[in-house]
Design a protein around this ligand. Structure first.
Ligand code: ATP
Ligand code: MN
Length: 462
């Protein structure tokens, strides 16, 4: 006899075949003649109800079972008289696997705040909300691969340790094996990195883009999906120090193709989750963000608005709104500006293009105006920036002068420049923070609650 997941058992029809259920007890109701257990095994939001007829069985373990305990039981599946489920299990055998002493099991049957649950991140997945978040996260990551694989993209694993400060995108974490109390110094009292593990300064990557561009120049359409690190001290609800990033890179592709791809990709993964995570999405719709299902459906059926940065600034200035950070041409959009554009003005996703070159990375293609670059950010309601991308500078001389203008070392980029020297082609790509996507899809307010073990300033517990 095979043991099935509770999710599968709940949709089976009763038969005279015994079934085995294993899971964690969510609640126990015990009276003189019978007892009910609600068991959950993480396969779905739903628990299975276990009915125990005390006149038939005197299970020794029953008294030891409390919320959080792990339980094994075997019995017949029967139609349930209860309203909440079609079937329930009538236990003929019952055993406790691991006790969860009620005196100190932290997840009692009541509502806990997300802040409290963050402190017990090793147990929080046993709650309805975090179980649902992690199942949706799982489905989304599968959808990401499915989308790219269906569209003939190749998955490339880019390095996590890097010796080139790619983007200056936020601060980097340094990687070293040197003894910080006894740093070797050069003659002019600088740290001598020739003694370090890699013989030079190394960091954790902030993006796989520069590496993956090399693969786009050989394999065509490629993507990375891996962890990235930013030591930015931003204590916001949408920044983590360690997060997963999805970065497609497409050769023979300009910024228009890039925008089309980003829009098509987002619509695909949203549709995938609405179709495959109905139970969990209904939960978010009811308890976390009312109306989120309709909201995502309308995004799938809409066309994303496309405006230039300059237009966006004009519209913000014309809005008559009093922003905390007054905006003017040349400055980056703050979250309040993104909110105005997506939630008030366009009431849907907006792609903003052609940002001033000063506020964007050196590798973005310079426009003919010499002032703006072919950047594109996808902004969505509730969250703001979810995707940042661009058409890349593919002209050798222009790229070199941008590297110099940015104060970067030409020598550090020799291989990146080589791509423009040998068989260069127009190419484009974008980066999507995976956790921002999970936030967007679930409606969870804080990014720390959509990754299993969040890393942020002052916190690397678990
Ligand atoms: P922001 O302005 O929101 O900090 P960014 O301009 O630094 O974003 P990029 O460098 O373009 O972002 O990175 C690409 C994507 O990675 C962003 O669109 C976002 O989805 C995600 N991202 C960036 N920084 C973080 C972070 N600290 N935590 C989680 N996701 C992030
Ligand atoms: Mn940032």
């Amino acid at each position: 006899m095979s043991t099935k997941k509770i999710k599968e058992i709940l949709v089976t029809t009763p038969s005279d075949q015994a079934v085995i259920v294993q899971g964690w007890c969510r609640t126990k109701r015990d009276s003189k003649n019978h007892a009910f257990l609600e068991l959950n095994d993480g396969s779905s939001l739903k628990n299975i109800q276990i009915f125990i007829d005390k006149s038939k069985h005197d299970f020794e373990d029953l008294s030891k079972i409390s919320t959080g305990a792990s339980v094994w039981t075997k019995g017949l599946l029967v139609e349930s008289p209860g309203q909440n489920q079609a079937v329930e299990l009538h236990a003929d055998e019952l055993a406790i696997i691991g006790e969860a002493p009620a005196a100190d099991y932290p997840l009692q049957k009541k509502r806990h705040s997300f802040e409290f649950l963050r402190d017990i991140a090793h147990l929080r997945t046993r709650t309805n909300t975090f179980g649902a978040v992690m199942r949706v996260r799982n489905a989304l990551s599968y959808a990401v691969h499915q989308y790219f694989q269906n569209n003939s993209f190749q998955y490339v694993h880019t390095p996590i340790i890097t010796a080139s400060d790619c983007e200056g995108a936020g601060e980097m974490f340094q990687v070293t094996t040197m003894d910080l109390n006894k740093l070797p110094l050069t003659e002019d009292k600088q740290i001598d990195y020739s003694h370090d593990f890699f013989g030079k300064e190394a960091h954790l990557t902030v993006s796989g883009q520069l590496n993956v561009e090399t693969y786009a120049m050989a394999l065509g359409d490629v993507y990375t999906f891996g962890p990235t690190f930013r030591a930015e001290n931003s204590n916001t609800s949408r920044h983590l120090a360690e997060f997963w990033m999805i970065e497609p890179e497409m050769s023979f592709c300009d910024i228009e193709g890039n925008m089309d791809r980003a829009e098509d990709f987002l619509k695909f993964v949203l549709s995938y989750v609405l179709e495959n995570c109905q139970e969990d999405m209904a939960f978010f719709n009811q308890w976390i963000e009312k109306g989120i299902i309709d909201n995502l459906k309308s995004v799938i059926n809409s066309e994303f608005h496309r405006i230039s940065y300059t237009e966006a600034i004009d519209q913000l200035l014309a809005s008559g709104k009093k922003f905390e950070f007054p905006i003017k041409w040349g400055e980056d959009l703050q979250s309040e500006h993104e909110k105005y554009l997506t939630e008030e003005l366009y009431k849907g996703p907006v792609i903003v293009t052609d940002y001033p070159k000063e506020i964007k990375a050196f590798y973005m293609k310079l426009n003919d105006d010499n002032k703006t670059v072919r950047a594109m950010d996808v902004l969505v309601p509730r969250l703001g920036e979810i995707i940042g991308g661009s058409e890349r500078e593919w002209d050798y001389d222009k790229l070199l002068s941008r590297i110099k203008a940015a104060g970067l070392n030409e020598e550090d980029y020799w291989w990146y420049l080589d791509l423009r020297k040998y068989g260069s082609v127009p190419h484009s790509g974008f980066g999507l923070g995976f956790e921002r996507l999970v936030q967007y899809v679930t409606g969870m307010q804080n990014i720390r609650d959509v990754i299993p073990f969040p890393r942020y300033p002052g916190n690397a517990e678990f």
